[in-house]
Design a protein around this ligand. Structure first.
Ligand SMILES: Cc1ncc(COP(=O)(O)O)c(C=O)c1O
Length: 391
């Protein structure tokens, strides 16, 4: 059996998602009646707004349950074109591909652009799925470190140093998971200038776009000028902005040559994203749930303030104040533990689940998610403080 398995090296031998493993362990402990407190969630703790649910139910009742054009529902594409226009990105329906989640849109984009011997630049700490998807394509991930001191924004010299003749793609993720960084216009311009001068494509993952705080503004790199727009795939979706993680709906816009390739790939992979879910997406982009979204963002902003105030009271822990998404990345190197051991011991001793960021390219950091109630935040940080004081 072992020999047979050794003959197969499918998809570059992907590692299972580390965030899902910790969440599953915490859930299992909870099911055993253990009082586990969790800061590991990668999804909003809000319910999907009623107006969006209603649009989906209506679509089902109206029999909108058949196959669609694989790249997506024309009505939803129209709304997506308008949505991108609001970001300053000029695009057309032919450039849009609607996929089963932003994750699959990213997967398809990387698969359609990269292969063996290619290199893809990632700013670390990064979302853990990027390197695994890059591996699946046969390409190699090249890390460019960002630091807490620079608020986790990349520096020009570091990016320039990492580029070779094999570089095919630069992945940008702002607002960022796990750092909470929201890139400045200056940083985005720097990346765009380098990408244009070296003729490299950019993938901009903007899934946390709506979750920005402290007066920060989200900026789409493709809106900077026509040249960078012609070299950029912009990915977005409904999971985080509309509390629709389980619905699996995301989308991208890409230059026409690439949108055609991605669309062809999708037609042989999943076909269309679920038909009635796409109708729900239309109602979301038409603003039917905007009030709920505003309330959710306001709650996240308050929680962000709360968690930062509480973290400031813990000695031996460093973090950069997040500007977006719903995570705080904490450098725990002063504890003398690496992130994996830290997270394991914290779960065992204080029954607190956090995400070790080893698979995010930051083995000295843990990620705290504040996609949970204020009471949960207070209890979690109390446990974290007790744990740190014992170190
Ligand atoms: C940076 C980033 N991109 C993409 C995704 C995937 O989003 P979706 O649920 O739409 O597949 C996530 C989900 O955690 C994420 O953190």
């Amino acid at each position: 059996m072992k020999d047979l398995q050794a003959n197969y090296n499918l998809l570059g031998d992907m590692a299972p998602s580390a965030t899902l493993i910790i969440s599953a362990k915490a859930k299992e402990m909870k099911a055993q009646g253990i009082d586990v407190c969790s800061m590991s969630a990668g999804e909003p703790d809000f319910d999907t707004p009623q107006a969006i649910k209603d649009a989906c139910i209506q679509a089902i009742n109206e029999g909108k349950v058949r196959y669609l054009a694989s790249s997506g529902l024309p009505e939803l594409k129209e709304e997506i074109v308008k949505k991108f226009a609001a970001n300053g990105i000029k695009t057309n329906k032919e450039n849009i591909v609607i996929a089963t989640g932003a994750k699959f849109a990213i997967f398809e984009a990387i698969m359609s652009l990269c292969g063996k011997d290619d290199e893809v630049i990632l700013f670390s700490p990064y979302w853990l799925s990027y390197p695994e998807i890059i591996k699946a394509s046969g390409a190699k991930a090249v890390e460019v470190k960002t630091t807490l001191e620079n608020n986790y924004e990349p520096k020009k010299a570091d990016l320039e140093k990492a580029i070779t003749d094999k570089t095919k793609l630069i992945i940008v993720n702002s607002p960022n998971n796990p750092t909470g960084a929201v890139y400045s216009e200056q940083t985005l311009k720097m990346i765009a200038e380098i990408a244009i001068s070296r003729n490299i494509m950019v993938l901009s993952d903007e899934i946390y776009e709506k979750l920005v705080y402290n007066g920060k503004k989200h900026l789409s790199i493709a809106s900077l000028n026509d040249q960078i727009a012609a070299q950029t795939i912009t990915v977005n979706g409904f999971s985080k902005a509309y509390a629709m993680t389980g619905w699996r709906l995301g989308y991208l816009t890409a230059p026409l040559w690439l949108a055609k390739r991605i669309s062809a790939l999708q037609s042989h992979a999943t076909s269309n994203a679920t038909s009635f879910v796409q109708y729900a997406g239309v109602s979301a982009l038409q603003g039917k749930a905007d009030k709920d979204v505003t309330a959710m963002v306001t709650a996240f902003a308050q929680r962000q303030q709360l968690i930062c105030n509480l973290l400031d009271e813990i000695k031996g822990l460093k973090y950069a104040k997040p500007q977006g998404a719903f995570y705080v990345l904490c450098d725990i190197s002063q504890s003398g533990l690496n992130a994996d051991d830290f997270a394991k011991q914290l779960l065992e001793q204080q029954k607190l689940a956090v995400i070790p960021c080893t698979a995010f390219g930051a083995p000295e950091c843990i990620r705290l998610s504040y996609a949970c109630s204020e009471a949960n935040i207070k209890e979690a940080i109390k446990r974290l403080k007790t744990f740190m004081e014992q170190k």
